[in-house]
Design a protein around this ligand. Structure first.
Ligand SMILES: Nc1nc2c(ncn2[C@@H]2O[C@H](COP(=O)(O)OP(=O)(O)OP(=O)(O)O)[C@@H](O)[C@H]2O)c(=O)[nH]1
Length: 489
């Protein structure tokens, strides 16, 4: 199962194929229902001829023929004998829909299980969507109006069950909500571009693919990714026989998400730690203002909370105020900071910090470096020197060289990553400022084109606004509306 279907299943309890099966099943059941209704109507009408005036039975029978599924609800007094045999059907189907997610859970990944537990709101929305989708279908074909009623009943039934579980909504924000809120701008930006693009959709021709490539590039998914998507779509669109806007949209998003899932199969997004008693060292690199110092501060807070002994090294001796900024974070987090005077050789600060970390049994040393422009060779060499100093003292360190990128810069972040990666062995990426940014699509380009794992994401300026990167939650946050089709933006 591709990432698209996994995410869809995790949040709605069903994937695309199941959606189609469910629609088909729903249609069949509704047809069966109307048969049963008609049969049942004939018998009780005759039995109850004493209590039910003849004219009414006729009306009911006639009405069943015309609008079978509305009959049980709208004509309750006259159709009571009719309704009895029909009633169990929608109830059991509603249960089936409700049960679907939990039945699938044992086969889901741990992530998906976690994800499933999350937003009850989302589930509601996704059920609503099923109604919308079916409604849309039914407007094309009057024969499939019946499922609309059935789905509505399911939806109502689901809402009732979930409103009973309402206390969950007042629980503290979880990761899914954080990603959801943090990526709202990116999501809305991509959705509105795609919707605008599809609004002008007439047919899948060369102009369509040109425009699509432009749209994807503007959405920061990267040039190569845009070209690949466009090429593969030529085939997919034909195969899937996409005629309607919704089909085309679905194929585009499915392709983007599945390609992202496929490219990340070998990717390890977790941070690496020392596997012996020596301190773990993380080295932070990146251009000015990307968020290095802030990320160091946030991470120090996390590890301090976990009971670890944390040391920070103020190796940004270049920018005025950088040492003080780190010392401020040290105070806030209650952790020690190794610092020297401004303009001291940063490598000597790092040397002192490594010695201290080893001698005083620190668990973690986080090294903040000066912002350097990736095209300035001198600064790059300085970074190499810092790395050498660390490795000479601790051969397994640094366990991570984390490139901090300002996620709100989109394509620029991608080109920085490319250049840094050429000169430094970057082991992972920290993508900051994704809150309030509309450039989340760059995550796709980073994976598809660079294959450097994103390990952390910054979703705000506060201590707690740093998350381990979770690709599935991220992709859900980025494409939620287009994957599960909710109207929640
Ligand atoms: N909204 C938001 N702001 C962030 C995030 N991370 C960092 N910032 C802000 O970005 C600005 C720059 O952050 P710094 O940590 O000083 O950046 P730096 O890379 O250390 O910069 P130099 O020291 O100049 O190299 C600060 O105002 C931070 O508060 C984030 O995830 N979200």
């Amino acid at each position: 199962m591709g990432l698209f279907d996994r995410i869809k299943k995790a949040f709605t309890g069903k994937d695309d194929s199941e959606d189609k099966d469910l629609e088909k099943k729903s249609q069949e059941e509704s047809e069966k229902e109307s048969d049963q209704t008609a049969e049942a109507n004939e018998a009780p009408a005759a039995e109850n001829s004493e209590t039910t005036p003849e004219v009414k039975s006729d009306e009911a029978a006639q009405s069943v023929e015309e609008t079978p599924t509305e009959e049980p609800q709208d004509k309750k007094p006259a159709t009571e004998p009719v309704k009895a045999p029909v009633q169990p059907e929608p109830v059991s189907k509603a249960e089936e829909v409700k049960k679907a997610p939990s039945e699938s859970e044992p086969t889901e990944t741990e992530h998906a299980e976690e994800l499933r537990e999350k937003p009850t709101e989302t589930e509601n929305k996704s059920e609503d969507t099923t109604v919308e989708e079916v409604t849309e279908e039914s407007s094309d074909n009057s024969e499939i109006q019946e499922p609309v009623e059935t789905e509505k009943e399911e939806s109502e039934s689901t809402e009732t069950t979930e409103s009973e579980a309402e206390p969950e909504e007042s629980a503290p924000k979880d990761d899914v909500q954080e990603y959801d809120e943090g990526l709202k701008k990116s999501r809305n930006s991509f959705s509105s571009r795609l919707n605008h693009f599809l609004a002008n959709f007439r047919s899948v021709d060369e102009d369509f693919f040109d425009d699509l490539e432009e749209l994807l590039i503007e959405s920061d998914v990267g040039y190569e990714t845009a070209m690949r998507i466009s090429d593969e779509l030529r085939e997919e669109v034909k195969l899937e026989n996409a005629k309607k806007q919704s089909d085309v949209s679905n194929v585009i998003v499915k392709k983007l998400v599945d390609m992202y899932g496929e490219e990340g199969k070998e990717e390890d997004n977790s941070l690496k730690f020392s596997d012996n008693k020596t301190p773990t060292v993380f080295l932070f690199v990146g251009v000015n203002g990307a968020g290095k110092t802030t990320t160091v501060g946030k991470l120090a807070h996390r590890y301090k909370q976990q009971g670890k002994k944390v040391l920070l090294a103020a190796a940004d001796t270049f920018r005025a105020g950088a040492i003080e900024q780190l010392q401020e974070w040290g105070k806030r987090d209650g952790v020690d900071v190794q610092a020297s005077k401004a303009h001291t050789d940063p490598a000597s600060v790092v040397y002192d910090a490594v010695k201290r970390a080893m001698e005083d049994d620190y668990d973690i040393l986080l090294v903040d470096t000066a912002g350097r422009l990736q095209n300035k060779e001198g600064l790059m060499r300085e970074l190499e020197k810092i790395k050498r100093v660390i490795t000479r003292e601790l051969p397994d360190a640094p366990q991570e060289v984390l490139l901090v990128l300002d996620g709100s810069t989109g394509q620029n972040a991608l080109s920085q990553a490319k250049q840094f990666n050429e000169t430094t062995d970057v082991s992972g990426i920290v993508l900051t400022k994704l809150d309030g940014s509309s450039q989340g699509g760059v995550v796709l380009a980073i994976r598809n084109e660079l294959h450097i794992p994103v390990k952390l994401v910054g979703l705000g300026e506060q201590m707690d606004d740093l998350r381990d990167f979770d690709p599935e939650k991220f992709i859900y946050g980025l494409f939620k509306d287009l994957i599960v089709g909710t109207s929640n933006k």
